[in-house]
Design a protein around this ligand. Structure first.
Ligand code: UGA
Length: 441
């Protein structure tokens, strides 16, 4: 069993830390956010992430998982340190590595190891290609010679909303290491988890992560462009997507058309890849186009609303769902933000109400105060002239046609995620307009 430390108590860091503690390792999680650490020490998880609180509580009470904000001592003691700090977008689209360098620079020297083992610093954050090498050079230039250290890249592929499941059932584990010996050590560590383990070099591991998110972004934008074509030509996109998904070479995932991709990863990583590739002289025109296409989707939705509802400036429109996807309270780069901005820009007098089952508290900080955040779908829909389904939470599927008709001023639903049974609703007198489908008149 290893002594581990995790720097950065975001969803990835916490899930990784609690997951390894559950496998029997001793894990200390640090974060500079003292408020967050205080909450975690009381057993409160500051995110809506299914299963994470139970996993943390179980391992904190066994003493295998601890939290703190002073990293130096425990980092000194740990054999393996995961860095899972944020790498947010700068204005230029580049990733900011400020938190990563700060974590690296806080590492203090440790006593000479009797085993002769190197301390392993594993970068889990998504980073530009070559970052692990730079981090290792930076550490070695600061630390005394007896501090043997190797920086590896172990990118993370877990998704928000299913992070715990993804930790215990990973699609693959990619270990990027400069030395075969460290690669083997880390491979053994990960062998407790099911799923293929790949050991490769650090740069390939870093690019593998960026390429994974970029290819998901490209697939979603492709889906959205084909859906737009279906709409213009009288085809039904869900039928087209079903057919595409039956081809094993294409696969059924990430073909859902709608309001596009958001969150803290896909948009940021796709933009960063474009920047990195430009600098490297290998332009990623496909990824660039995917980012551009994605940015157009909220405006496209507003135009469709305009076709269905006269004079939106004088109307009341309800937004169902605000988080960037169901299963999370995360509003980072959520399509709802752009949608609200477009609605207000094109229709300054519009009245907006909104409801999200989990993200109301995060949305209050992210949305303009003129948007009325409601405590239920019913409250948001009451008196509305139209509704836009933005995030496909399960509870919205349970709203009956009669509820839409009774609550709303006019039952017009723009289903931005094709989540509702449009045919059934239309048959019962609700106008339900999906994405990539012909409106029923
Ligand atoms: C994404 C990747 O899926 C993870 O593998 C990766 O580890 C993670 O980023 C990361 O880099 O940390 P996540 O941001 O949790 O995970 O969200 P996704 O499930 O990928 O969804 C991203 C966005 O795409 C959402 O806004 C979702 O609504 C949208 N989406 C997804 C579609 O519009 N259509 C689809 O068919 C699928």
């Amino acid at each position: 069993m290893m002594k581990m430390a995790v720097v950065g108590a975001g969803i990835v860091g916490l899930t990784t830390g609690a997951g390894f503690a559950d496998l029997g390792h001793s894990v200390h999680c640090v974060d500079i956010d003292t408020g967050k650490i205080a909450q975690l020490s009381r057993g409160v998880v500051p995110y809506h992430e299914p299963g994470l609180e139970a996993l943390i509580t179980r391992n904190a009470s066994s003493g295998r998982l601890t939290f703190g904000h002073d990293s130096s001592k425990l980092l000194q003691e740990a054999d393996l340190v995961f860095l899972s700090v944020g790498t947010p977008s700068c204005d230029t689209g580049e990733m900011s590595l400020a938190a990563l360098w700060s974590a690296i620079d806080q590492m203090e020297a440790w006593p000479e190891s009797e085993s002769g083992n190197r301390k392993i610093i594993a970068i889990k954050s998504t980073v530009p290609i070559g970052t692990a090498e730079r981090a290792e050079t930076r550490l070695r230039s600061r630390l005394p010679e007896h501090c043997l250290v190797e920086v590896v890249s172990i990118p993370e592929f877990m998704r928000e909303g299913t992070a715990v499941r993804d930790f215990f059932e990973p699609s693959r584990m990619v270990i990027g290491s400069a030395s075969a010996e460290t690669g083997e050590r880390l491979k053994q560590l990960h062998q407790r988890l099911p799923g293929p383990i790949m050991v490769t070099d650090r740069r390939s591991a870093e690019l593998a992560k960026l390429a994974a998110n970029a290819s998901l972004a490209v697939k979603i934008s492709f889906a959205n462009e084909i859906a737009a074509l279906a709409e213009q030509t009288g085809a039904d996109y869900p039928a087209v997507a079903h057919s595409l998904g039956l081809d094993p070479r294409i696969g059924p995932h990430f073909l859902a058309a709608g309001l596009g991709f958001g969150g803290s990863c896909l948009p940021k990583d796709a933009r960063a890849l474009v920047r990195i590739a430009d600098e490297a002289g290998a332009p990623q025109t496909l990824v660039e186009a995917a980012v551009r296409a994605n940015a157009m989707l909220p405006l496209r939705m507003v135009r469709k609303l305009e076709a269905a509802l006269s004079d939106p400036s004088r109307r009341r429109v309800a937004l169902l769902g605000l988080a960037f996807k169901p299963g999370t309270d995360d509003m980072r780069e959520a399509p709802s933000l752009r949608l609200v901005a477009e609605l207000n820009r094109r229709h300054p007098g519009i009245t907006l109400t909104a409801y999200d089952p989990e993200a109301n508290h995060t949305a209050r900080k992210a949305l303009p105060s003129a948007v009325t955040i409601c405590e239920s779908a019913e409250e948001a829909l009451r008196g509305a002239d139209a509704a836009i389904l933005v995030t496909e939470w399960r509870e919205f599927r349970q709203i009956k046609a009669d509820d839409f008709k009774n609550w709303m001023n006019r039952p017009i639903i723009m289903d931005g995620r094709n989540a509702l049974d449009a045919a059934a609703l239309n048959a019962q007198g609700v106008v339900c307009i999906g994405v990539g489908r012909l409106p029923v008149v």
